[in-house]
Design a protein around this ligand. Sequence first.
Ligand code: ATP
Ligand code: MG
Length: 331
Amino acid sequence: MHDFEQYEDDFESPRHAKRPRKPRKSDTEQAARFEPVDVFDPQSSRAGRLTEAERARLAAVRESALVDPPLPPGADRWSTWGDGEQGPKPRPDWLVTELAAADSELGVLKTGKEADVHLIERAVPDTDRGCLLAAKRYRSNEHRMFHRDAGYLEGRRMRRSREMRAMANRTAFGRNLIAEQWAVAEFAALSRLWAAGAPVPYPVQRSGTELLMEFLCDEEGTAAPRLAELRPGGDELADLWHQLTGTLALLAGLGLTHGDLSAYNLLVHQGQVMIIDLPQIVDVIANPRGLEFLARDVANVSDWFRARGLPDRFTDTAALMAELVAAAGLD
Ligand SMILES: Nc1ncnc2c1ncn2[C@@H]1O[C@H](COP(=O)(O)OP(=O)(O)OP(=O)(O)O)[C@@H](O)[C@H]1O
Ligand SMILES: [Mg+2]
């Protein structure tokens, strides 16, 4: 599903929407060619020649057409909404899609081996339209290879041999492609799961190695905690477990498992268990090791809940596994 074919489409035909405030140079030249007659010097012996002043004016127009207008104070870039793949529809109301919006970096949420997650605010200057986004930026450093090893890629089709060679040889181009490939895969996974009603942050957009998604936070803007940081007890623990197993069944029904599931890749957002960190999502049917990944995901979370005191009758791994295998249609 999230194969290189999809990536190839993206690579071949990036959908760059044009920012309306920045006309292309050719537009300006085109316009200049059809300037009215007053651009001509009536004193000139040769009709149709531009005056010096008019030449200078046109040069200034061309020059200014090549630079973006200055950013609002505190902003780091204009909104990249028009620059890449956009999230599924219907889009949430809170999402700022205006191209006139600007992005400000508010800080780093987490640095990791494979990606850094930053907090950004996307806001329309001089209005109250704004939203917080988590920006996951995949790295293309050579020093680490994805722990999500080749096993994950089994069952995915790859076609473009030039790109495959570049990735295999770890050229700078190839390393960047690998990083971009993971961003593409995570965006596709989030989009598919969000559309299926699974509890994942809304995937806003993906361009290059950067993925923007809904920032899961409380009213004050504090990031939702990882399940691993919480010490829920009793009913709350059982409720979180029920939510999680429901979500695993939903994924299994789509023929999927997370592939790297743990209490670190689950956030608790307003009492809801949300799944994050999905670039390696596994197609349990197409991937020859699909059931192995499914069993590992189930074992990881069962172990965590058991260690937190959830009675064994809830965390019957074999029974849960059988339920998920059936949901995937593999029994
Ligand atoms: N949408 C989000 N809303 C709030 N916090 C988030 C969001 N996405 C990621 N985070 C925070 O950033 C951390 C890292 O995100 P994620 O697990 O996707 O990246 P990662 O680099 O693969 O991390 P790791 O290697 O530690 O698994 C998460 O544990 C979470 O605390
Ligand atoms: Mg993670």
